[in-house]
Design a protein around this ligand. Structure first.
Ligand code: TEU
Ligand code: CA
Length: 543
């Protein structure tokens, strides 16, 4: 496991590099832009940054299709600049976590190109099969609503390669020991530079047990053949023991479709596989069967889900936003008119749950979903694929667009809003993705000038999370999950703290059950009142 529980004592901030800060006016965020914001980040109090992929990539899936794992894409800068970023971050006490995307490569990776040229060695890096009687090799589904098999080497070929994501993301063959060795080498390359850990992309699906047909299912037919397989567990342990442990590095696995049982196996300390995981169940409480149908959620469902996972796992990554999810305050709660209040509530909740908090760029100023007017303004491959599929299914145009607006991953990928100048101060050029029209009021500069700003509250909660031992180590005990109020205790050596969230836009009475708690350590309102909780109020209370 990670040295000295490094991963338990940190607050992680995720940067989506192309949307953070553009230093040269080409409309794409870059490494020098990030360097210019390190003081801002150090001041916020975070102590780890996770970067979404910075490697060379044709960007079919914004960098999650990697063409060279040991490089920096020129649009982001150079390796020398990355080394400076690493050193400058370290100087400020900030460690760097890289995104390890090893379920698949880009089809423009040298390995895939060599495979296409007929090189047997590299052919065996991928999963290539002949069709069956003129049909596809199996009936599996695909994460991006495509067909998971594409012709290998041109339309006339009889062979297909497997890709669970886009056709430009061929899946690696983890049955091949050479693939494992390549990945170890890549990991050591970044660890030698001094990165402190990896966020492991869709890590629980890398090893396909078999390529048999799957049980037909509305989502991802075939997944029983690759979800958390024994082969995957074995590989994770090998990477842990041989590569991660010697460097004292930690991992957080992005583990799709895990239930509590599977999650426990992946992070069981005795099994030595992953340090933490991102589970998804709380991200799905507002969805109807598939992720592109979402409803307005009843907060109680979210509370119950959080309690379930908090109680079941000893330690976990905690998050409400990332680059794949719509913004929390546009989504889980009916926050209209209460943008600032609900953002602060989210800060209080995130920093007081048990586990390692992961926050996402823009969350600290209460950024909201993108305000795209039509599909042309949306860049995400997944959104375009879903739109195509919905068209095929004859879903009416208006509904199709609503689906995309609500669920698109681009909602959280809009450029960071730094100030109220053109393009929110993100770029002097044309931003790669439309800046949210609310940037004149929602931006870092305006928020920091506001005595009641959102960021100041995040900063306060981050500081508390890092310094208060009950928040760091205390056990979780649920207390109230009602239609409006979520309350839970953190308990350490007989000392207790109570975290309370009003998850509605209405003022509610303080529930009887917690009336004995009198010493308010923190409220998200300056003028809070003892007996009521104001709209989206957050409180941290001692007895
Ligand atoms: O995401 C994996 C994943 O399954 C989902 O989050 C996915 O983005 C989608 O919502 C499924 O419906 C990871 C990355 O975070 C994502 O950005 C990549 O596109 C994906 O893997 C492929 O590398
Ligand atoms: Ca740039």
């Amino acid at each position: 496991m990670a040295a000295a529980n490094l991963h338990k004592d940190t607050v992680v901030y995720q940067i989506y590099p192309r949307s953070y800060m553009d230093s040269n006016g080409d409309g794409i965020g870059d490494i020098n832009g990030i360097i210019s914001k390190l003081d801002y980040l150090a001041d916020l109090g975070i102590n780890t940054i996770w970067f979404s992929p910075l490697y060379k990539s044709p960007d079919d899936d914004n960098g999650y299709d990697i063409a060279d794992y040991k490089s920096i894409d020129p649009k982001f800068g150079t390796m020398e600049e990355f080394d400076i970023l690493l050193a400058q971050a370290k100087k400020r006490g900030i460690g760097i976590v890289m995104d390890l995307v090893i379920n698949h490569t880009s089809d423009e990776h040298e390995w895939f190109k060599k495979a296409l040229e007929g090189d047997e060695k590299y052919r065996d890096y991928y999963i290539i099969r002949k069709g069956k009687n003129g049909k596809l090799p199996n009936n599996w589904g695909n994460f991006f609503a495509e067909c998971p098999w594409s012709k290998f080497g041109g339309e006339d070929s009889e062979e297909y390669y497997l890709h669970l994501f886009s056709k430009k993301q061929p899946d690696l063959n983890w049955h091949n020991p050479a693939v494992i060795e390549e990945v170890k080498d890549i990991m050591r390359f970044w660890l030698e530079k001094g990165v402190v850990g990896f966020r492991c992309d869709v890590i629980n699906i890398i090893y396909k047990d078999s390529l048999e047909n799957g049980r037909p299912s509305p989502i991802l037919t075939g997944m029983e053949h690759y979800l958390s397989t024994e082969g995957c567990h074995r590989i994770l342990r090998e990477l842990h023991d041989e590569v991660l442990e010697p460097y004292g590095a930690f991992t957080v696995g992005e583990t799709v479709f895990v239930d509590i049982h599977k999650a426990r196996d992946l992070i069981d300390e005795k099994r030595r596989e992953l340090d933490m995981i991102f589970y998804f169940e709380h991200m799905e409480v507002d969805q109807v069967i598939v992720k592109w149908f979402k409803t307005q959620l009843k907060p109680q469902k979210l509370m119950e889900c959080l309690t379930k996972w908090q109680s079941a796992l000893d330690w976990c990554a905690v998050y409400f936003e990332n680059h794949d999810q719509p913004r929390f305050i546009s989504r889980f709660i009916d926050s209209k008119g209460f943008r600032k209040e609900s953002s602060k509530m989210m800060a209080g909740l995130l920093m007081t749950l048990r586990g390692t908090p992961f926050m996402y760029e823009g969350q600290e100023i209460g950024m909201t979903n993108g305000d795209f007017a039509d599909l042309e303004e949306v860049m995400d491959i997944e959104s375009h694929n879903i739109y195509k599929m919905a068209t095929k299914l004859h879903i009416p145009k208006g509904i199709r667009w609503k689906m995309i607006q609500r669920t698109s991953r681009d909602n959280a990928r809009t450029p960071m809003q730094w100030n109220n100048s053109e393009n929110a101060g993100f770029t002097t050029g044309k931003p790669w993705l439309k800046v949210n029209g609310n940037y004149k009021t929602v931006n870092v500069q305006t928020d920091m000038a506001d005595p009641d700003g959102v960021r100041a509250f995040w900063k306060k909660m981050i500081e508390l999370r890092k310094t208060n031992e009950i928040l760091r180590e205390g056990q979780f005990r649920s207390c109230i999950e009602s239609k409006s109020v979520y309350a839970f205790k953190r308990v350490l050596d007989g000392k207790e703290l109570l975290s309370v969230c009003n998850m509605t836009g209405k003022t509610v009475a303080v529930p009887e059950k917690i009336k004995g708690w009198n010493n308010v350590l923190v409220s998200s309102y300056k003028n809070y009142e003892k007996d009521v909780l104001k709209p989206f109020e957050f409180r941290l209370i001692e007895k």
